[in-house]
Design a protein. Structure first.
Length: 100
């Protein structure tokens, strides 16, 4: 079991900073202000959860797909923060300079 935990911890650390697509499931059982979701392709009640932090739960609804950045982990579960559209467009922006 300890080997499995070490392997999971290593895999979770590699995910830090990644932008992923998440489906929102709803409020977490632990706290109404924390949402839980799943990575695209994960099954409910089988795969680990993704807990969404730094977000307004009123702004997201169950079944909604969002872009989020992985910011941490808790055991087998991941912690992520939603990325807003403006932040995504800034990251994808191309800077054009003229030599005139």
């Amino acid at each position: 079991m300890k080997l499995q935990q070490r392997l999971v911890n290593r895999a979770q650390k590699r995910r830090l900073g990644q932008t992923v697509r998440i489906v929102v499931d709803g409020p977490a059982a632990e706290h109404d202000l924390v949402l839980r979701g799943r990575l695209e392709g994960q099954a409910p009640d089988i795969d680990p959860l993704v807990y969404l932090t730094e977000c307004d739960p009123a702004g997201l609804s169950p079944g909604q797909f969002i872009q989020a950045e992985i910011v941490g982990s808790r055991g087998y579960d991941l912690l992520a923060r939603p990325i807003d559209a403006a932040e995504l467009s800034r990251d994808d922006a191309v800077v054009v300079t003229s030599s005139a």
